[in-house]
Design a protein around this ligand. Structure first.
Ligand SMILES: Nc1ncnc2c1ncn2[C@@H]1O[C@H](COP(=O)(O)OP(=O)(O)OP(=O)(O)O)[C@@H](O)[C@H]1O
Length: 226
């Protein structure tokens, strides 16, 4: 579904990603872990078309989309949930959803995925908790009916007692089988539980990769400790 082939990219003359290759088959989930500043968000920006590559290729469903704009990639099934629980704070939860789609069955379906939002439909998004706003942000992206969901640190800034709720939702989405997921996450245990494959990115290079699952926690921590 998504493939980055030997991608080198960065800002101005400074290259951040150096010869990075990752692959996420259709319906599978992968996580990217690494220290602050390793280049994780930069990698996601490249996948979405928000940052051009200097060298290498980005493929969606086998099609070379390296030169395509973000909007063209969204039309091909890419959905991006950036860091920071993006939504319109003055609008209600429902209005935020309706900005993307007013199709009743589609809205109902995302509310089934995020039952906590049902009780908040008339509430302004700016008054929601961080965890609820994160769920709204993911729900808005799901309304675009993506086949690839890209999530940038969805548990960042969320109170510890609701992190588990976010984790459960993402694990369910990753388990759906009809959705590919690319997850950047600092919580190693959660990232590995939720995904089939992991990549460790350090200083812009993939330094370790393997199968997900709790059994890989030691390998990832060791790779990140180097
Ligand atoms: N718009 C930008 N212009 C110039 N340099 C940038 C820009 N965005 C990020 N960088 C630099 O690129 C490097 C990688 O940043 P990036 O945000 O991709 O890392 P990250 O792994 O996502 O970090 P974090 O975990 O802190 O979010 C850092 O050195 C950062 O300072």
């Amino acid at each position: 579904m998504l493939e980055l082939k030997s991608v080198t990219a960065g800002y101005g003359r400074t290259m951040v990603l150096d010869d990075v290759s990752i692959s996420i088959p259709a319906g599978r989930a992968a996580s990217i872990m690494g220290h602050n500043g390793a280049g994780k968000t930069t990698l996601l920006r490249v996948a979405c078309g928000l940052l051009p590559v200097r060298r290498g290729q980005v493929l969606l469903d086998g099609e070379d989309v390296t030169k395509l704009r973000p909007s063209a990639r969204v039309r091909r099934g890419l959905g991006y949930v950036p860091q920071g629980q993006l939504c319109f704070p003055q609008m209600t939860t429902l209005e935020n959803l309706h900005l993307i789609s007013t199709e009743r069955s589609a809205v109902d379906s995302v509310l089934d995925t995020f039952p906590a939002l049902r009780a908040q439909l008339g509430r302004r998004a700016g008054l929601l908790s961080g965890g609820q706003r994160q769920q709204l942000s993911i729900a808005r992206t799901l309304l675009t009916k993506p086949r690839l969901l890209i999530l940038d640190e969805p548990t960042e800034g969320i109170q510890p007692n609701v992190v588990e709720e976010i984790e459960q939702v993402i694990t369910r989405l990753a388990d759906r089988g009809d959705l590919s997921v690319l997850l950047v996450e600092q919580h190693v245990g959660f990232a590995l539980r939720a995904t089939d494959t992991y990549y460790v990115l350090e200083s812009g290079r993939i330094t370790s990769s393997g199968d997900g699952g709790e059994g890989a926690v030691g390998d990832v921590r060791a790779a990140m400790a180097v």
